[in-house]
Design a protein around this ligand. Structure first.
Ligand code: CA
Length: 183
């Protein structure tokens, strides 16, 4: 991730000019920086420049099969990818996630929903706060001092409980299985 403090940069890989422009204008209104690509090879070239925080990838691009573009993006970078697909079958969606898409949205989609998904994917990729201090409501977890307070009152925890709580507080919008939490 570019880790810049600037607004996130999105690469829109879409060959349909109308839909590309509508997406670009919408995202720019939200403050995103936007670049464009109109075919498969151009998408890979543009993505390799290291300027982007996320790729919106239309699966039906000319020049290279969309799944190949996805596979190569996955092989060559850690850039998050949201796939724009015209196919809504469950098998197809599962396949996209298996190929490494971070998310997908089925066309025709609503631009506000697309923007919400972009935000969610970018949030997942964010580095932990450098201060080590995580606040969630009235809960404060300090990972440097290993102290936890709730509404200003200290809470006593075992080291294991502390690690679990710190992890959950740092990933507030995600659901984890028991196996992921307690390996
Ligand atoms: Ca297309």
């Amino acid at each position: 991730m570019s880790a810049s403090r600037q607004n996130p940069a999105i690469l829109i890989a879409e060959d349909d000019p109308g839909s590309r422009t509508a997406t670009r204008l919408f995202l720019q209104r939200f403050g995103y920086r936007v670049g464009e690509a109109t075919d498969g090879p151009g998408t890979l070239r543009e993505a390799s420049l290291g300027r982007y925080d996320l790729v919106l990838l239309d699966l039906g691009l000319p020049g290279l099969d969309g799944e190949d573009v996805l596979l190569r993006l996955r092989r060559d970078s850690a850039l998050p990818v949201i796939v724009l697909t015209g196919r809504s079958e469950e098998q197809e969606r599962i396949r996209l996630l298996d190929l490494g898409a971070d998310d997908y949205i089925v066309k025709p989609f609503s631009l506000p929903e697309l923007e919400a998904r972009i935000r969610a994917v970018l949030r997942r990729g964010q580095p932990q706060p450098a201060s080590g201090r995580i606040e969630h409501g009235d809960l404060v977890v300090d990972r440097h001092t290993h102290r936890v307070t709730k509404a200003g009152k200290p809470i006593e925890l075992t080291p294991k409980e502390f690690d679990l709580l710190a992890f959950l507080a740092a990933n507030p919008d995600q659901v984890f299985t028991r196996e992921e939490l307690l390996p």
